[in-house]
Design a binder for this molecule. Structure first.
Ligand code: DAH
Length: 339
């Protein structure tokens, strides 16, 4: 038995020399010292030994075990330092390498222009109001004096959610919400998304942006409307900009007008930018129709107001000479970064 134990120690000492990793060392430990290990197998034979032999062999077996444990311990230390060294080699950091580029975003051109427009109106004392993109048919049409047979109400022009709800076709329903929730004086602009059943092409998009404006107070006149929008045009397009009010029809204003600004490219001479007319149309406006005021519980004998609505996408495209509206919604950072 003593010979067998000696043989085990010898083979263990040989075997441990070729151990190179913690996993291998673990396997080695299980093989020699584990519950079903080589040493345990030998010790099963202890019972057959004589009373004199047993303690001697027992002692020798313990020594053998301790020996193997010592080998394992010292191997463990060596492997630890080898593995640490390997890991450090693998994780070697070269501080001279350039760092990977951090990609920061860029303000969208629509937001650049929206912020400019907001600043202009906030500077004139306006507040910014918000309204939902899904609104009632009532707020979008009926309360705005739009007759039941108006073509814009048709299924082929408007996205309906059901009979009472739709994706708003304009920001004008915010007028209704604001007037119903507040007493005059009212002075707001309201930017936001609108939706119409339009085929997507270079100049049309089923989703687009408008900025609504509304002023209601005592003695508000068409002169206030013209003065406000003229100042706005000068601030946005330059001090030399002229404005022209062309009579038009909107159901919720009377009288109504469309506003053109003198072409900021050619100064009104006529160029390809303004189709040689010298003028560029930028918005619709008018005096709030008494029917709309009354529908919103505002006394149309005491109060009057003006309203306007402009297309943010169109104005942005004009200012930056962008010729395809789709570029605004594709969110290609290479495009957006140019503004
Ligand atoms: N909502 C109109 C449109 O989408 C634009 C508009 C015109 C708004 C006149 C107004 C306004 O507030 O007074 O075409």
């Amino acid at each position: 038995m003593r010979d067998k134990l000696q043989a085990i120690l010898k083979s263990a000492e040989e075997e441990i020399k070729i151990v190179t990793s913690s996993e291998q060392l673990d396997e080695f430990r299980v093989k020699y010292l584990g519950k079903k290990g080589v040493l345990k197998e030998i010790l099963k034979g202890m019972g057959k030994l004589s009373n004199e032999e047993r303690p001697l062999i027992g002692k020798f077996a313990n020594e053998t075990r301790e020996n193997i444990e010592k080998h394992i311990e010292s191997m463990k230390e060596r492997i630890k330092s080898i593995e640490l060294e390997n890991q450090l080699l693998k994780e070697d950091i070269d501080v001279t390498l350039p760092s990977s580029e951090i990609n920061i975003g860029h303000k969208h051109p629509l937001n650049v222009i929206l912020d400019e427009i907001k600043d202009i109106f906030i500077g004139m004392g306006y507040k910014v109001a918000e309204g939902p993109e899904v609104d009632t048919v009532y707020n979008n049409f009926d309360a705005l004096n739009s007759p039941k047979d108006h073509p814009s109400r048709s299924l082929s022009d408007t996205f309906y959610i059901n009979e009472e709800l739709l994706l708003r076709t304009q920001t004008s329903p915010v007028q209704v919400r604001t007037m119903k929730a507040n007493n005059p004086p009212i002075k707001i602009i309201s930017p936001g998304r609108c939706f119409r059943y339009d085929e997507l092409d270079a100049t049309h998009s089923p989703m687009f942006h408008q900025i609504e404006g509304l002023v209601v107070d005592e003695d508000v006149t068409m002169a206030d409307l013209k003065g406000t929008l003229d100042l706005f045009a000068k601030r946005l397009f330059g001090e030399n900009t002229k404005t022209k009010f062309r009579p038009h029809y909107f159901p919720f204003t009377e009288p109504s007008a469309e506003v053109d600004v003198s072409c900021f490219k050619c100064g009104g001479e006529g160029c390809k930018f303004c189709s040689n007319t010298g003028w560029i149309e930028i918005l619709g406006c008018g005096m709030v129709h008494p029917n709309v005021l009354e529908e919103c519980d505002i006394d149309s004998k005491k109060y009057s107001g003006f309203a306007f609505g402009m297309g943010l996408d169109r104005i942005t495209m004009l200012k930056y000479e962008i010729d395809d509206i789709r570029l605004l919604f594709e969110n290609d950072i290479r495009f957006i970064k140019q503004f």
